[in-house]
Design a protein around this ligand. Sequence first.
Ligand SMILES: *[C@@H]1O[C@H](CO)[C@@H](O)[C@H](O)[C@H]1NC(C)=O
Ligand SMILES: *[C@@H]1O[C@H](CO)[C@@H](O)[C@H](O)[C@H]1NC(C)=O
Length: 433
Amino acid sequence: MKFSSTLLLQAAATASAAVVGRQAMSMPAPGETVIGRSGGVAPEIENVKSPFSNIPGIKRVKMRYGPYTLPSTKTKNFESQLLGVSGMIDVITHIKKPCTSGCTVVSVLGDLEYTNGTRALTSDGSWLHHSVLFTNGPGRRDAGCGIPGMDPWFSTGDERNPAYYADVNSTIDTGYHINDGDNFFLYSELMNMDPVAKEVYMVLYYDIVPTTPAMTKQTVSVWLELNQCGMPDTSRGNLNLLQQPQKNVFSELTHPWYSPYNGNMVYVSGHEHDGGTNLVIYKNDAVLCDTKANYNAPMESSMGAMPGMGGSTTAQPTSSIGAMTYCRNMGAVKKGDQFHISANYNLDKYPGMKKDDGSLDEVMGISILMISVPKEEAAAPINFMEVTGLNKGLGGLGQLPMKVPQTLQELIATGGRFGIRKNAATAIVPMAM
Ligand SMILES: *[C@@H]1O[C@H](CO)[C@@H](O)[C@H](O)[C@H]1NC(C)=O
Ligand SMILES: *[C@@H]1O[C@H](CO)[C@@H](O)[C@H](O)[C@H]1NC(C)=O
């Protein structure tokens, strides 16, 4: 469902109160059966074998976060009442990092499991709808939009693809550096498809190496989305402001994003909702990567294909996207290069997700682009308006407010153009950084 890095930045800043309330709302009623607890409790932190054994000093740390109670589809909660979707929870929590005194991440992979460590899959009605990992700490910012505070650097949907921050087949001279003063926040939107509550844990597998002086670069994670930097564009009439489709077959574009960085493109992903056929990332109007939705692939198959993961992939339960392709090691990027996404949908061919009332739910087009940049450039000032192309004469956008909203009042004053939408009630809280 909808989240935007702008919203989550605010939400995570003051997450505690909201999260306590939300989790309480999603707890099962006393005496209600909760499945997913049988067969012992898997460890919170575990060292497992990394598939990248060619990398000196590599360690794969499996960290479990939770538990989260997926409500029964019969439970009335915030999501069913306000978003019109049953069995869903949205939670933001402060979580532990995979290293306490700094390290460099080369890859992350997300998963969902039950208390005993068995993978929780769509075939048993447990859906990892979305999860986004944020870093907050000194100097942290959204590397795409320049918004200070929270860096949304990893995201996964049920395709459970790995993300790469370095070329795992070469000498590691870059990666996502985690520092002492950083804090992690995990936003998870998890969904139950059954009328019985379940207890699950979010799992992140981190492949990490010690940070060394030889690493003169660092990887920034750039979030590209239809709602680019919190600014949805409904001008083509494909989507409304709630991102619900207005047509069955369409290609929706993002506002262009202009790179403030010189560097090398390490990885780019695509994420769509059901109905999506492919998501194309363009660099200077040439195809950089065409990520394809595979409806024939078993659900969670990307992850199952990872060496050392164990567990089996599941059969296709519905006409849902089982896998999305991604690209790696795409070459150089220069400051000023322009990027945009085209998210292509065909809802005649692949039915989209529906709300409880039968109307089409929102759709998404998200891509995360990892760019390895010289360390000093990673901290270079980002001119928000320049990055988003707002000062480049794009139709009508010059009318938008020049300042990123800092409070609930300022957000409201933008008239919703910075993304006050249906999850406003949970996500919009004043920034306090
Ligand atoms: C682990 O939990 C799942 C979900 O409750 C259950 O299906 C599975 O049988 C359990 N595994 C063991 C070994 O108990
Ligand atoms: C690394 O190289 C090996 C051998 O060329 C190849 O099979 C593998 O897919 C590569 N791994 C990645 C993650 O690129």
